[in-house]
Ligand binder design. Structure first.
Ligand code: SF4
Length: 605
C-alpha cells in the first residue's frame, strides 16, 4: 500500500484519488471518524495501512437503508465492525436507564449510535454481503465475548458471537490480531480456518465440540447454566477472569445452545518498539474534513499522549483487566518526544499537552520481574506491598522533564487519574514534580470509598493510604502562590456497600471539606468483577455473599454522597434514620441535614 494518507478514505472518490478500486478492509464504527490514536477505528485503520492494506471507513451508518453500508462497495478481505470507543448501551443510556440526549463521539453531540450497535451493524452487513468475512472488535464486542449480565435488560445474554453473524471476534487491543487476520486472508486462507489467533474468539458447532474438543481448553459453565444459576455464573466468571493473562492464560470455551464460543489466549503484549511505531503513525489529530460540526470527544484529548497501556490496579468495577490486561506496556521516551515535537508543528496546537498517561497516569515504565516469564499472579493483587513490583517513578519524571524542554510546549498536564498508593511508594520526587508543574489546579484521585470493607471489595487501597496521600499533597502546597486541590472520586451503590458505609463516607466528606460534584453511582457495565457481584450477589473468587444495594437503597446511597444538595434531603434523612444516625439530623454542627428536611446551616452558602 502507498504511504499513509492525511485521512483514511470515507468515500469511493477518496479511495480512487489514491488509486484504490477496491478496499482491502472496510471498518464500520459507531463513532464519527476522528483521526486520533485514542479513537480505536483510526488506530486500527492506520495500523492496517501501515501493514500494507488499504482501509476505508464507514462511520455511523444509517441502519434503516442499505446505502451507507454499500457506500464503499465490498472489501477484498473483510469488514471490521465495532460499536466505537464505547459500549453502545453504556453510551446511549444513563445509569438510571434514561436515554441520553447527546453522544460526545458524534458530530454536534447528536446521537447516531444504535443500541447494540455491533449486532445491528453486523446483521446489516451479513444481509448485504453474505460472502464477505466479518470481524467484530472494540470494547462492546470485547467485553461481551462470554455470556454476560446485561444491566439494560436485567438478564444474562449470550456471548455477542452467538448473537451476531460474525466470523471472528477480536478482544483486547486489536492491532496484532487485525494484521494477522488480514495477512492470512490475503494469503488465501479461508476465514473458517483462522481459529488459532491469540486475542480472538470464534465459534464451533456444538456437535463438533462434543465429538472432538480442541485440547488444552478450559470449559466453563455454559450459557443455559449461567442464565439460570447465579453460582454457576460466578464460577464461570472467575474461571475466565483467571485466564486473561497473555503469558499463562489458556483458551476458554463456553457452550451455548446453538454454538460453542471459544476464546483463544489473549494476544501477547506489544513491545516498546511496536507501541512506538503505532503511536508515531501520522494521525491528523482532527476529525475527517467531511464533518461540519465539532465532535466533542476530540477536544479534551486532541493533544494528549498515550505513554503506556495496561493497568495492574485491577479495580473490581473496571473491566480493563479483561481488555488491556494487567501487564504494563510502555513506549520509549524518545518516541513520545518525537510525537510531541510533531504535535507542536500542528496549527491547532496552543502549547498545552492535555495529558501524558494511560489508563492510570503513573504506571509508565513500572514493571514486575515476573510478568515476562510467568505473567501476572492469579492469586495475588499487584500493589506496592509486593516486592517484585518496581515502584520508582524516575522514568516518568525524566519523561516529563524532557517534554517540558521542548520548544513550543507551555504546559503539560496529567489528565489521567493517578494511583496514590504508587505515588506514595515512589522515591524520585514524582508527586512534588507534578505538583510543581503538571496540575492545572485539581489533581484527580479515585479513593472511591473510605470504608475498609468496601475498598477491599473494590480492590482499592484503604483509607489510611488515602489520608497519608492527602497529608503529603497538603505539605507540598505550603508556600505555593496558587493552591491546588485534590479532586477525589467516590462511588455509591457498589456491591458490598451499605447505607451505614455511605453515612461514614458522608461524614468523611463533611470533615474533610471535600468537593463531591463528581458523583459516581455504580453501573454494572459488562464483564467487570463488580457487575458479576451485582448480578449474583456473590464474590466470584470466594463465592461468599455480598450485599447488593438496589432500588430505593441505591438512591439513598447516592443522595448521601451529595447530602449538601437540598433536593437530596428527604433521601438523606431516610438514610440516616435507617442507619440509626439520627444524631446527624438537626441543627448541631455535626449534622448533615436539619430536622425540617433542609440542609444543615453549617454548609449553607
Ligand atoms: S509478583 Fe506482585 S507485582 Fe508481580 S504480578 Fe504478582 S502480585 Fe503483581
Amino acid at each position: 500500500m502507498s504511504r499513509q494518507p492525511l485521512f483514511l478514505p470515507m468515500s469511493l472518490q477518496e479511495g480512487e484519488n489514491r488509486g484504490i478500486r477496491q478496499f482491502d478492509i472496510i471498518l464500520i464504527t459507531g463513532d464519527a471518524y476522528v483521526d486520533h490514536p485514542s479513537f480505536g477505528t483510526a488506530l486500527i485503520g492506520r495500523v492496517l495501512w501501515d501493514a500494507g492494506f488499504s482501509v476505508g471507513i464507514i462511520a455511523q451508518p444509517q441502519v434503516k437503508s442499505p446505502e451507507d453500508f454499500e457506500a464503499l462497495k465490498a472489501p477484498r478481505l473483510f469488514f471490521g465492525i465495532s460499536s466505537g470507543n464505547v459500549d453502545s448501551m453504556v453510551d446511549n443510556y444513563t445509569p438510571n436507564l434514561r436515554r441520553r440526549s447527546n453522544d460526545v463521539y458524534s458530530p454536534g453531540g447528536i446521537p447516531k449510535r444504535p443500541d447494540r450497535a455491533t449486532i445491528v451493524y453486523t446483521n446489516r452487513v451479513h444481509e448485504l454481503f453474505p460472502d464477505i468475512p466479518v470481524v467484530i472488535g472494540g470494547i462492546e464486542a470485547s467485553l461481551r465475548r462470554f455470556a454476560h449480565y446485561d444491566y439494560w435488560q436485567d438478564r444474562v445474554r449470550q456471548s455477542i458471537l452467538a448473537d451476531a453473524p460474525a466470523d471472528l471476534l477480536v478482544f483486547g487491543m486489536g492491532e496484532r490480531q487485525m494484521v494477522e487476520i488480514a495477512e492470512r486472508l490475503a494469503a488465501g486462507e479461508p476465514v473458517s480456518t483462522l481459529c488459532d489467533i491469540r486475542g480472538t474468539s470464534y465459534t464451533m458447532e456444538v456437535a463438533e465440540w462434543r465429538k472432538s474438543p480442541p485440547k488444552g481448553i478450559v470449559e466453563i459453565p455454559g450459557f443455559a447454566e449461567v442464565a439460570r444459576d447465579k453460582t454457576a455464573y460466578a464460577r464461570a466468571f472467575a474461571l475466565h477472569y483467571h485466564e486473561q493473562d497473555p503469558v499463562r492464560g489458556r483458551a476458554v470455551a463456553q457452550p451455548h445452545p446453538k454454538t460453542v464460543v471459544i476464546q483463544n489466549p489473549p494476544a501477547r503484549p506489544l513491545t516498546t518498539e511496536e507501541l512506538d511505531r503505532i503511536y508515531e503513525l501520522p494521525f491528523a489529530r482532527r476529525a475527517h474534513p467531511s464533518y461540519t460540526q465539532v465532535i466533542p470527544a476530540l477536544e479534551p484529548v486532541q493533544f494528549s499522549v498515550t505513554s503506556h497501556r495496561g493497568c495492574f490496579g485491577a479495580c473490581s468495577f473496571c473491566a480493563l483487566t479483561h481488555h488491556q490486561g494487567r501487564i504494563i506496556q510502555s513506549r520509549s521516551s524518545d518516541s513520545i518526544i518525537r510525537e510531541v515535537n510533531r504535535m507542536t508543528k500542528m496549527p491547532a496546537f496552543r502549547g498545552v499537552i492535555q495529558d501524558v498517561g494511560g489508563p492510570t497516569a503513573n504506571m509508565y515504565c513500572l514493571s514486575c520481574n515476573q510478568w515476562e516469564t510467568s505473567g501476572a499472579c492469579v492469586d495475588k493483587r499487584c500493589s506496592p506491598a509486593c516486592k517484585n513490583l518496581s515502584t520508582s517513578h524516575k522514568e516518568q519524571c525524566r519523561l516529563l522533564t524532557r517534554i517540558r524542554g521542548i520548544s513550543g510546549v507551555r504546559h503539560i498536564f496529567i489528565g489521567s487519574g493517578i494511583r496514590y498508593d504508587l505515588a506514595l511508594a515512589d522515591d524520585s520526587g514524582y508527586l512534588e514534580m507534578i505538583s510543581n508543574y503538571h496540575i492545572s489546579g485539581h489533581l484527580k484521585v479515585a479513593p472511591e470509598h473510605i470504608s475498609q470493607k468496601v475498598t477491599r471489595i473494590m480492590n482499592k487501597p484503604g483509607r489510611e493510604i488515602f489520608d497519608r496521600f492527602c497529608a503529603q499533597f497538603e505539605t507540598l502546597q505550603q508556600g505555593k502562590k496558587k493552591r491546588q486541590y485534590l479532586l477525589p472520586y467516590f462511588m455509591s451503590g457498589h456491591p458490598g456497600c451499605t447505607i451505614s458505609d455511605m453515612v461514614a463516607l458522608a461524614v468523611y466528606i463533611r470533615d474533610h471539606s471535600l468537593y463531591t460534584e463528581q458523583v459516581q453511582d455504580f453501573t454494572p457495565t459488562p464483564m467487570s468483577v463488580s457487575s458479576c457481584m451485582y448480578y449474583t450477589g456473590l464474590n466470584p473468587f470466594t463465592l461468599e455473599p455480598v450485599h447488593v444495594p438496589r432500588g430505593q437503597e441505591k438512591k439513598i446511597q447516592r443522595a448521601l454522597m451529595q447530602y449538601r444538595d437540598p433536593k437530596n434531603h428527604g433521601l438523606v434523612t431516610e438514610g440516616l434514620r435507617i442507619a440509626g444516625r439520627e444524631d446527624l439530623i438537626g441543627s448541631g454542627k455535626q449534622c448533615l441535614v436539619t430536622g425540617d428536611g433542609k440542609r444543615s446551616g453549617r454548609f449553607a452558602k
